[in-house]
Design a protein. Structure first.
Length: 263
């Protein structure tokens, strides 16, 4: 095994940063997070970059999630924070040290470049995980200090099928201990003709398996929800626009009725 690069060398100065903040002064109560926005790999990890097929697929990122998040940011006038690198470099929605944080196997695909020691794991976290989450923390702190009502919408996408399981849901609304925002999203999405909506399926939020909602939402007492859209609905510009318009309209209706918890 080669020596791990220090955190300062995981990302070269001319490479994209570990996060992007869009519309930080947005007036909406919604703050959008996109944990799996990119399938980029730093040049310092060439063995990982060789896994081109895995990086193109769901193993590498949430297909369509960044486009959907950006469009929602415009429609809602909402701040948005996007991760800058692939979930295979380090997963920004997993607790550090969890097996899925830097997965050695993802969706049944071996990732040999992720068989690493603790020093490289720390270097990847310092380069890509912490800058992203520190940016979210700074944004939320500023809104709190400014007295701005805030709810967190974490935007993801999921595959139409996994080994042994076809997924009938067009969208899924996920939550952990706090269902305040999830409940109206589920109710309003299920009013849409022809939509199959998952209530905490095919995934659910937990402190042991997720990071963004438990840390940035639940720990702060903010209304929060993780929204998953099936990827075949996000493969065209028309699909992205349709989902963005739908979700924006639902959020506006929830907001007009009074943000859950009065946050």
């Amino acid at each position: 095994m080669s020596s791990p690069p220090p955190a300062s060398r995981i990302l070269a100065p001319d490479e994209p940063p570990a996060f992007e903040v869009v519309n930080p002064e947005g007036r909406s109560s919604a703050v959008l997070l996109c944990d799996h926005a990119s399938n980029a790999v730093p040049r310092s990890l060439p063995e990982l970059a060789l896994q081109e097929e895995a990086l193109r697929e769901h193993t590498g990122w949430d297909i369509g999630a960044a486009l959907l998040s950006r469009r929602l940011s415009v429609l809602l006038d909402a701040p948005l924070v996007l991760s800058g690198y692939s979930r295979l470099v380090i997963d920004c929605n997993r607790p550090l040290g969890a097996p899925s944080s830097i997965p050695e196997v993802s969706c049944g695909v071996p990732i040999p470049a992720n068989v690493i020691d603790a020093a490289e794991a720390r270097a990847r976290a310092d380069a890509c995980f912490w800058p992203y989450h520190n940016a979210i923390t700074a944004l939320l702190d500023a809104r709190r200090d400014g007295g701005h009502p805030t709810a967190i919408l974490s935007v993801h996408s999921f595959t139409p099928s996994m080994p042994g399981q076809d997924r009938p849901w067009h969208a899924a609304v996920l939550y952990g201990r706090d269902r305040r925002l999830a409940a109206p999203f589920i109710e309003l999405l299920r009013r849409e003709p022809g939509l199959c909506v998952g209530d905490n399926e095919p995934y659910h939020v937990s402190a042991g398996g997720d990071y963004g909602i438990p840390v940035h939402g639940e720990a702060r007492g903010l209304p929060c929800v993780l929204l998953e859209i099936r990827q075949d609905g996000l493969l065209s510009a028309e699909g992205v626009e349709a989902w963005a318009q739908r979700l924006a309209a639902i959020y506006r209706e929830i907001e007009a009725q009074g943000l859950p918890g009065g946050a």
